[in-house]
Design a protein around this ligand. Structure first.
Ligand SMILES: [Zn+2]
Length: 161
């Protein structure tokens, strides 16, 4: 068995009045959300880059450029599904995804299982093969000031399916 690992990182700025979508889940009752060309789902984007990295397929900006009107307000879960098709076509299957969300507020822990379920369903793996973790930045820097959100992700693939 030949295993491959990829890492991904993404960040988005918060602005008042925007929707806050993370891991395919809309976070309710938040007076701000993430700004971006697509739906600005930083968790989905970090996972996409981790998967593309493990498969040696470049990055999200190469496959879904924000200069392309096709991806304006795109549903990032749909982009993740397309990414998984690319990964499979390259001869890999996904074995595990782990992500760390760094966000000062709101508390996101209550949405963990819903995000894991949405990601796992899209990737086509059991929920137990997707991990999502949450941290604050202890008040430090731009994340600590609540200016935006950052996400790191790691994906493991194996050759064959
Ligand atoms: Zn993004």
């Amino acid at each position: 068995m030949s295993a491959r690992t990829g890492m991904g990182y993404d960040s988005h700025r918060f602005e008042p009045g925007e929707r806050f979508i993370l891991g395919g889940v809309e976070i309710p009752d938040v007076p701000f959300g993430t700004v971006g060309h697509s739906d600005a789902d930083a968790l989905a984007h970090a996972v996409i880059d981790a998967l593309l990295g493990a498969a040696g397929l470049g990055d999200i900006g190469f496959h879904f450029p924000d200069s392309d009107e096709r991806w304006r307000d795109a549903n990032s879960i749909e982009l993740l599904a397309q990414t998984c098709t690319l990964v499979e076509e390259s001869g890999f299957s996904v074995t595990y995804v782990d992500a760390t969300v760094i966000c000062e507020a709101p508390k996101l822990g209550p949405f963990r299982d819903e995000m894991r379920a949405a990601l796992a369903l899209t990737i086509g793996v059991p929920v137990g093969s997707v991990s999502v973790k949450f941290k604050t930045n202890e008040g430090m820097g731009w994340v600590g000031r609540g200016e935006g959100i950052a996400v790191m992700a790691v994906a493991t693939l194996e050759r064959g399916s």
